[in-house]
Write a protein that binds this ligand. Sequence first.
Ligand code: ATP
Ligand code: CA
Ligand code: CA
Length: 411
Amino acid sequence: DKVLVGNKVSEGHSNYIMAYNMLTGIRVAVSRCSGIMKPLKEQDFKASKKLTFDITGNELTPSSRYDFKFKDYSPNVFRELRELFGLDPADYLVSLTAKYILSEVNSPGKSGSFFYYSRDYKFIIKTIHRSEHITLRRILKSYHQHVRNNPNTLVSQFYGLHRLKMPINFSGQKRKIYFIVMNNLFPANKEIHRTYDLKGSLWKRETLVKEEHKKHKAVLKDQNWLANNQHMLLGPKKKNKFLEQIEKDVAFLKAANIMDYSLLVGIHDLAIGNVTNQNFSVFYPKDSTNRDAINSTNPIPVDEVEVVGQQSIRPMNDSESVKLTSVQQQQQQFYFYNFECGFRGTNDRDIPTDEIYYLGIIDCLTNYSYIKRAETVIKGFYQNRKQISAVPAAEYGDRFLSFIKEKGFKK
Ligand code: ATP
Ligand code: CA
Ligand code: CA
């Protein structure tokens, strides 16, 4: 299954090349950004570095299989952010680019973004819209400040912002792809039994899951949370810590004029454990007894790159992922990610329960733009203003917080 280089690049292959180029760009850019770390200056936030890759290579870039341009935004800032988040530079590169294996999830959201998981399931690459890229550049300074002041922030951890420019098939047109690297909130070795994406809005916030067996894979929403009478169980100590942090995080997002974000809640019940016996790795499907499952992962061994479909298949029992890497060991120090990379529930006497919560505020690069403003007006005629999702950032944040406070926990 060699990939054809040249004009005839089919759909599937074009994503393969995109993934290859993303990883090559990250590998070269990140390894270039080493040496002694100096205190950040104003210009570090505005800086960007361009790299040009081609078949022959040059003094700045090694030879690459494809022609493309790579832009690394604010490399020094992201380098410091990675350090603040406790990532080891070598581990970061190895997780992302060793063997060049990613698994692709075709847009779990409506936005049309592509999601890729690193082979060890720790990092997510998400393609983003240009407007989100502009937003991240705009808020980078205050985001950095917020992370410095709040080591336990629940807001998405951004590790890099990049742009690819590559030729599109046939026409000589270039296409630009913006993408970020961020933390995957979910662990590799714990099955998530319930997933909720909560915005604090009820308008169009219901996921209909008809078939029982699909239930635990579906991403449920606010309406489902209420209908299922779902709650988080946290004792007074942990609950206070959590609410304190989320209030600070929302204050930051409001000030940055951001909205449309969600609290992602993944629940693992230790009493249930890992029931779906995914006794194989996505990346090296050794277990040929589970043919269907393996086929559904659609592994295509194409040289070093393997872009695998299906997000549901995780390397549950992969010894590589069970073993604590130094990245995970470092992350142990973070309050909300310190028990099996998650936050263990406690009862009203602060005694641990069987539930582990995997929590974070995701999709936080949507600016309250003119488009949203128009949407507010149009929907506002028909719906109760409190229930629609497109409201100004301050209102959005307040509604988000009050949902969590009022519906997040048992009274
Ligand atoms: P939309 O704008 O339509 O909501 P999107 O393409 O911007 O979609 P997100 O909202 O960022 O996508 O994410 C969609 C889903 O992907 C989430 O509901 C969640 O299930 C999963 N997801 C996103 N980010 C993460 C993360 N950091 N860790 C784990 N899962 C994630
Ligand atoms: Ca979203
Ligand atoms: Ca989005």
